[in-house]
Design a protein around this ligand. Sequence first.
Ligand SMILES: Cc1cc2nc3c(=O)[nH]c(=O)nc-3n(C[C@H](O)[C@H](O)[C@H](O)COP(=O)(O)O)c2cc1C
Length: 289
Amino acid sequence: MQDGTESEEGIRYYEERAKGGVGLIKTGAMFLDEKTAQGGPTLALHNTRAIPKATVLVERVHRWGSKICLQISCGTGRNGMPNIGERVPISSSANPSFYDPETLCRPLETEEIKEIMKDFEAGAQYALNAGFDALEIHGHAGYLIDQFISPQWNQRTDEYGGSWENRTRFATEIVEAIRGVVGPDFPIIFRISLDHMYQGGRTLEDSMPIIQLLEKAGVDALDIDSGSYESMDYIFPTRYTGEACMAYVCEEARKHVNIPLLNAGNHSMETAVDLLESGNADIISFGAN
Ligand SMILES: Cc1cc2nc3c(=O)[nH]c(=O)nc-3n(C[C@H](O)[C@H](O)[C@H](O)COP(=O)(O)O)c2cc1C
Protein backbone atom coordinates (compact mmCIF):
# COMPACT_ATOMS: atom_id res chain seq x y z
CA MET A 1 0.00 0.00 0.00
CA GLN A 2 1.12 3.58 -0.50
CA ASP A 3 1.65 4.26 3.21
CA GLY A 4 4.15 1.40 3.33
CA THR A 5 1.91 -1.01 5.18
CA GLU A 6 0.61 -4.28 3.75
CA SER A 7 -3.15 -4.77 4.02
CA GLU A 8 -4.55 -7.83 5.81
CA GLU A 9 -5.84 -8.98 2.42
CA GLY A 10 -2.32 -8.64 0.95
CA ILE A 11 -0.78 -10.57 3.83
CA ARG A 12 -3.37 -13.33 3.41
CA TYR A 13 -2.59 -13.51 -0.31
CA TYR A 14 1.11 -14.13 0.36
CA GLU A 15 0.34 -16.48 3.25
CA GLU A 16 -1.82 -18.67 0.98
CA ARG A 17 1.14 -19.01 -1.41
CA ALA A 18 3.37 -20.00 1.53
CA LYS A 19 0.81 -22.58 2.69
CA GLY A 20 0.79 -24.00 -0.83
CA GLY A 21 4.47 -24.84 -0.48
CA VAL A 22 6.16 -22.06 -2.47
CA GLY A 23 9.89 -21.99 -1.64
CA LEU A 24 10.51 -18.27 -2.12
CA ILE A 25 7.96 -15.48 -2.42
CA LYS A 26 9.05 -12.21 -4.08
CA THR A 27 6.92 -9.17 -3.31
CA GLY A 28 5.87 -6.85 -6.12
CA ALA A 29 8.04 -3.78 -6.65
CA MET A 30 8.04 -1.50 -3.61
CA PHE A 31 9.22 2.02 -4.42
CA LEU A 32 11.65 3.92 -2.25
CA ASP A 33 9.45 6.99 -1.91
CA GLU A 34 6.30 8.72 -3.15
CA LYS A 35 8.29 10.80 -5.65
CA THR A 36 9.35 7.77 -7.68
CA ALA A 37 6.33 5.57 -6.95
CA GLN A 38 3.97 7.01 -9.59
CA GLY A 39 1.04 5.91 -7.48
CA GLY A 40 2.54 2.48 -6.73
CA PRO A 41 3.28 0.99 -3.30
CA THR A 42 6.14 2.55 -1.32
CA LEU A 43 8.29 1.44 1.57
CA ALA A 44 7.30 4.71 3.27
CA LEU A 45 10.58 4.71 5.16
CA HIS A 46 9.41 7.61 7.33
CA ASN A 47 6.27 5.77 8.46
CA THR A 48 6.83 4.16 11.86
CA ARG A 49 3.91 1.75 11.25
CA ALA A 50 5.51 0.32 8.11
CA ILE A 51 8.12 -1.98 9.69
CA PRO A 52 5.80 -3.61 12.28
CA LYS A 53 3.30 -4.34 9.49
CA ALA A 54 6.02 -5.74 7.21
CA THR A 55 7.21 -7.91 10.13
CA VAL A 56 3.71 -9.40 10.38
CA LEU A 57 3.85 -10.23 6.67
CA VAL A 58 7.26 -11.88 7.00
CA GLU A 59 6.26 -13.89 10.08
CA ARG A 60 3.02 -15.13 8.48
CA VAL A 61 5.03 -16.40 5.48
CA HIS A 62 7.78 -17.93 7.64
CA ARG A 63 5.16 -19.76 9.69
CA TRP A 64 4.63 -22.10 6.70
CA GLY A 65 8.30 -22.62 5.93
CA SER A 66 8.59 -20.24 2.95
CA LYS A 67 11.15 -17.49 2.48
CA ILE A 68 10.24 -13.99 1.39
CA CYS A 69 12.24 -11.53 -0.71
CA LEU A 70 11.51 -7.79 -0.82
CA GLN A 71 11.73 -6.24 -4.29
CA ILE A 72 12.77 -2.58 -4.28
CA SER A 73 12.69 -0.01 -7.05
CA CYS A 74 13.83 3.58 -7.41
CA GLY A 75 11.21 4.28 -10.03
CA THR A 76 9.82 3.81 -13.49
CA GLY A 77 11.43 6.91 -15.07
CA ARG A 78 10.25 7.35 -18.68
CA ASN A 79 7.79 4.46 -18.26
CA GLY A 80 5.75 6.35 -15.66
CA MET A 81 2.00 6.65 -16.18
CA PRO A 82 0.91 10.12 -17.28
CA ASN A 83 -0.81 12.40 -14.77
CA ILE A 84 0.41 10.42 -11.75
CA GLY A 85 3.25 11.65 -9.57
CA GLU A 86 5.76 14.13 -11.01
CA ARG A 87 4.51 15.89 -14.16
CA VAL A 88 7.97 15.69 -15.74
CA PRO A 89 9.35 12.20 -15.13
CA ILE A 90 12.98 11.68 -14.17
CA SER A 91 15.35 9.53 -16.21
CA SER A 92 19.05 9.08 -16.97
CA SER A 93 18.75 11.55 -19.88
CA ALA A 94 16.13 13.73 -21.57
CA ASN A 95 14.20 10.72 -22.86
CA PRO A 96 10.67 11.09 -24.24
CA SER A 97 8.07 9.82 -21.80
CA PHE A 98 6.77 6.42 -23.00
CA TYR A 99 3.10 7.36 -22.71
CA ASP A 100 3.47 11.01 -23.73
CA PRO A 101 6.44 11.33 -26.11
CA GLU A 102 5.97 15.13 -26.29
CA THR A 103 7.14 15.32 -22.69
CA LEU A 104 10.88 14.97 -22.17
CA CYS A 105 12.18 13.47 -18.93
CA ARG A 106 14.42 15.44 -16.58
CA PRO A 107 17.90 13.87 -16.31
CA LEU A 108 18.90 13.10 -12.71
CA GLU A 109 21.60 15.34 -11.20
CA THR A 110 24.62 13.62 -9.63
CA GLU A 111 23.49 14.87 -6.21
CA GLU A 112 20.10 13.20 -6.68
CA ILE A 113 21.83 9.93 -7.61
CA LYS A 114 23.74 10.08 -4.31
CA GLU A 115 20.42 10.65 -2.48
CA ILE A 116 18.93 7.59 -4.20
CA MET A 117 21.88 5.51 -2.92
CA LYS A 118 21.11 6.73 0.63
CA ASP A 119 17.46 5.73 0.12
CA PHE A 120 18.55 2.25 -0.97
CA GLU A 121 20.62 2.00 2.22
CA ALA A 122 17.52 2.91 4.24
CA GLY A 123 15.47 0.38 2.21
CA ALA A 124 18.04 -2.33 2.96
CA GLN A 125 17.88 -1.51 6.67
CA TYR A 126 14.07 -1.72 6.46
CA ALA A 127 14.34 -5.21 4.92
CA LEU A 128 16.69 -6.34 7.69
CA ASN A 129 14.53 -4.88 10.45
CA ALA A 130 11.39 -6.54 9.10
CA GLY A 131 13.11 -9.93 8.77
CA PHE A 132 13.01 -10.40 4.98
CA ASP A 133 15.23 -13.23 3.70
CA ALA A 134 16.55 -11.52 0.56
CA LEU A 135 16.35 -8.32 -1.47
CA GLU A 136 15.70 -8.02 -5.18
CA ILE A 137 16.73 -4.85 -7.03
CA HIS A 138 14.20 -4.05 -9.72
CA GLY A 139 16.50 -3.31 -12.66
CA HIS A 140 13.89 -4.75 -15.00
CA ALA A 141 12.59 -4.13 -18.50
CA GLY A 142 13.24 -0.47 -19.20
CA TYR A 143 12.52 1.06 -15.79
CA LEU A 144 14.78 3.76 -14.29
CA ILE A 145 17.81 1.56 -13.54
CA ASP A 146 17.64 0.12 -17.07
CA GLN A 147 17.41 3.67 -18.45
CA PHE A 148 20.93 4.11 -17.08
CA ILE A 149 22.20 0.71 -18.26
CA SER A 150 20.98 0.89 -21.87
CA PRO A 151 22.58 3.10 -24.53
CA GLN A 152 19.30 3.96 -26.31
CA TRP A 153 18.18 5.79 -23.14
CA ASN A 154 21.49 6.93 -21.65
CA GLN A 155 23.31 9.80 -23.36
CA ARG A 156 25.11 11.02 -20.25
CA THR A 157 28.65 12.29 -20.55
CA ASP A 158 29.53 11.97 -16.83
CA GLU A 159 30.72 8.83 -15.02
CA TYR A 160 27.23 7.30 -15.46
CA GLY A 161 27.34 7.35 -19.29
CA GLY A 162 29.51 6.14 -22.15
CA SER A 163 31.03 2.67 -21.68
CA TRP A 164 29.07 -0.37 -20.48
CA GLU A 165 30.96 -0.03 -17.22
CA ASN A 166 29.86 3.59 -16.78
CA ARG A 167 26.26 2.89 -17.76
CA THR A 168 26.12 0.00 -15.29
CA ARG A 169 27.62 2.19 -12.51
CA PHE A 170 24.19 3.39 -11.26
CA ALA A 171 23.20 -0.29 -10.82
CA THR A 172 26.50 -1.43 -9.27
CA GLU A 173 26.47 1.53 -6.84
CA ILE A 174 23.00 0.41 -5.72
CA VAL A 175 24.34 -3.12 -5.13
CA GLU A 176 27.29 -1.71 -3.16
CA ALA A 177 25.05 0.62 -1.11
CA ILE A 178 22.80 -2.30 -0.14
CA ARG A 179 25.73 -4.65 0.53
CA GLY A 180 27.23 -2.07 2.91
CA VAL A 181 24.11 -2.33 5.06
CA VAL A 182 23.15 -6.02 4.83
CA GLY A 183 26.65 -7.52 5.12
CA PRO A 184 28.29 -10.28 3.07
CA ASP A 185 25.83 -13.13 3.70
CA PHE A 186 22.45 -11.56 2.90
CA PRO A 187 21.23 -12.53 -0.62
CA ILE A 188 20.93 -9.70 -3.15
CA ILE A 189 19.13 -10.62 -6.39
CA PHE A 190 19.12 -8.34 -9.45
CA ARG A 191 16.20 -8.46 -11.87
CA ILE A 192 17.12 -7.58 -15.45
CA SER A 193 15.71 -8.09 -18.94
CA LEU A 194 18.52 -9.42 -21.13
CA ASP A 195 16.76 -8.82 -24.45
CA HIS A 196 14.53 -5.78 -25.02
CA MET A 197 12.90 -7.51 -28.01
CA TYR A 198 12.68 -4.48 -30.30
CA GLN A 199 14.86 -2.90 -32.97
CA GLY A 200 17.29 -0.53 -31.24
CA GLY A 201 16.87 -2.12 -27.81
CA ARG A 202 19.56 -3.89 -25.80
CA THR A 203 20.23 -7.37 -27.21
CA LEU A 204 21.08 -10.62 -25.44
CA GLU A 205 24.67 -10.25 -26.64
CA ASP A 206 24.88 -6.63 -25.34
CA SER A 207 23.68 -7.79 -21.95
CA MET A 208 26.52 -10.21 -21.25
CA PRO A 209 29.12 -7.63 -20.09
CA ILE A 210 26.44 -6.05 -17.88
CA ILE A 211 25.63 -9.23 -15.98
CA GLN A 212 29.35 -9.86 -15.53
CA LEU A 213 29.71 -6.37 -14.01
CA LEU A 214 26.77 -7.07 -11.71
CA GLU A 215 28.30 -10.38 -10.61
CA LYS A 216 31.60 -8.60 -9.94
CA ALA A 217 29.75 -5.96 -7.89
CA GLY A 218 28.50 -8.68 -5.52
CA VAL A 219 25.07 -9.68 -6.82
CA ASP A 220 24.25 -13.20 -5.52
CA ALA A 221 21.72 -14.21 -8.18
CA LEU A 222 20.25 -12.82 -11.40
CA ASP A 223 16.53 -12.85 -12.20
CA ILE A 224 16.60 -12.82 -16.00
CA ASP A 225 14.09 -12.67 -18.81
CA SER A 226 13.17 -10.44 -21.78
CA GLY A 227 11.04 -7.46 -22.73
CA SER A 228 10.61 -3.73 -22.37
CA TYR A 229 7.67 -1.34 -22.67
CA GLU A 230 8.25 -1.46 -26.43
CA SER A 231 7.58 -5.22 -26.25
CA MET A 232 5.08 -5.28 -23.39
CA ASP A 233 3.87 -8.82 -24.15
CA TYR A 234 7.06 -10.13 -22.58
CA ILE A 235 6.74 -8.17 -19.34
CA PHE A 236 3.11 -9.24 -18.99
CA PRO A 237 3.02 -12.43 -21.10
CA THR A 238 -0.29 -13.68 -22.42
CA ARG A 239 -0.90 -17.31 -23.36
CA TYR A 240 -0.26 -16.31 -27.00
CA THR A 241 3.35 -15.43 -26.14
CA GLY A 242 3.95 -19.18 -25.78
CA GLU A 243 5.16 -21.48 -23.04
CA ALA A 244 8.46 -20.65 -21.32
CA CYS A 245 8.67 -17.65 -23.66
CA MET A 246 11.75 -16.14 -22.00
CA ALA A 247 13.67 -19.28 -21.07
CA TYR A 248 15.90 -18.86 -24.14
CA VAL A 249 17.99 -16.14 -22.39
CA CYS A 250 19.31 -18.58 -19.77
CA GLU A 251 21.68 -20.62 -21.93
CA GLU A 252 23.74 -17.59 -22.98
CA ALA A 253 23.72 -16.08 -19.49
CA ARG A 254 24.90 -19.39 -18.01
CA LYS A 255 28.01 -19.21 -20.22
CA HIS A 256 28.96 -15.78 -18.87
CA VAL A 257 28.29 -15.81 -15.10
CA ASN A 258 28.67 -18.30 -12.26
CA ILE A 259 25.90 -17.10 -9.90
CA PRO A 260 22.42 -18.72 -9.73
CA LEU A 261 19.83 -17.74 -12.35
CA LEU A 262 16.07 -17.24 -11.92
CA ASN A 263 13.65 -17.24 -14.85
CA ALA A 264 9.97 -16.37 -15.30
CA GLY A 265 7.44 -16.30 -18.11
CA ASN A 266 4.60 -18.69 -18.91
CA HIS A 267 6.23 -21.71 -17.34
CA SER A 268 4.34 -24.96 -16.90
CA MET A 269 5.54 -27.61 -14.47
CA GLU A 270 7.07 -29.43 -17.46
CA THR A 271 8.96 -26.43 -18.88
CA ALA A 272 10.17 -25.53 -15.39
CA VAL A 273 11.57 -29.01 -14.79
CA ASP A 274 13.12 -29.07 -18.29
CA LEU A 275 14.86 -25.75 -17.71
CA LEU A 276 16.16 -26.84 -14.32
CA GLU A 277 17.38 -30.14 -15.76
CA SER A 278 19.10 -28.37 -18.64
CA GLY A 279 21.31 -26.77 -15.98
CA ASN A 280 20.68 -23.30 -17.42
CA ALA A 281 18.53 -21.98 -14.53
CA ASP A 282 18.31 -22.63 -10.79
CA ILE A 283 14.95 -21.17 -9.73
CA ILE A 284 11.75 -20.90 -11.77
CA SER A 285 9.19 -18.20 -10.91
CA PHE A 286 5.44 -18.40 -11.41
CA GLY A 287 2.93 -15.57 -11.39
CA ALA A 288 3.18 -11.81 -11.26
CA ASN A 289 5.32 -10.44 -8.46
C1 LIG B 1 -0.04 -7.38 -13.18
C2 LIG B 1 1.44 -7.68 -13.20
C3 LIG B 1 2.27 -6.98 -12.30
C4 LIG B 1 3.64 -7.24 -12.29
N1 LIG B 1 4.43 -6.57 -11.39
C5 LIG B 1 5.73 -6.87 -11.34
C6 LIG B 1 6.56 -6.26 -10.33
O1 LIG B 1 6.12 -5.48 -9.50
N2 LIG B 1 7.87 -6.60 -10.32
C7 LIG B 1 8.41 -7.48 -11.24
O2 LIG B 1 9.63 -7.74 -11.19
N3 LIG B 1 7.65 -8.07 -12.17
C8 LIG B 1 6.35 -7.80 -12.24
N4 LIG B 1 5.57 -8.43 -13.19
C9 LIG B 1 6.18 -9.43 -14.10
C10 LIG B 1 6.09 -10.80 -13.46
O3 LIG B 1 6.93 -10.86 -12.34
C11 LIG B 1 6.48 -11.96 -14.40
O4 LIG B 1 7.75 -11.72 -14.95
C12 LIG B 1 5.50 -12.16 -15.51
O5 LIG B 1 4.17 -12.12 -15.03
C13 LIG B 1 5.78 -13.47 -16.22
O6 LIG B 1 5.67 -14.58 -15.38
P1 LIG B 1 4.34 -15.50 -15.37
O7 LIG B 1 4.07 -15.90 -16.80
O8 LIG B 1 4.66 -16.65 -14.48
O9 LIG B 1 3.22 -14.64 -14.82
C14 LIG B 1 4.19 -8.19 -13.21
C15 LIG B 1 3.35 -8.88 -14.09
C16 LIG B 1 1.98 -8.63 -14.09
C17 LIG B 1 1.11 -9.40 -15.06
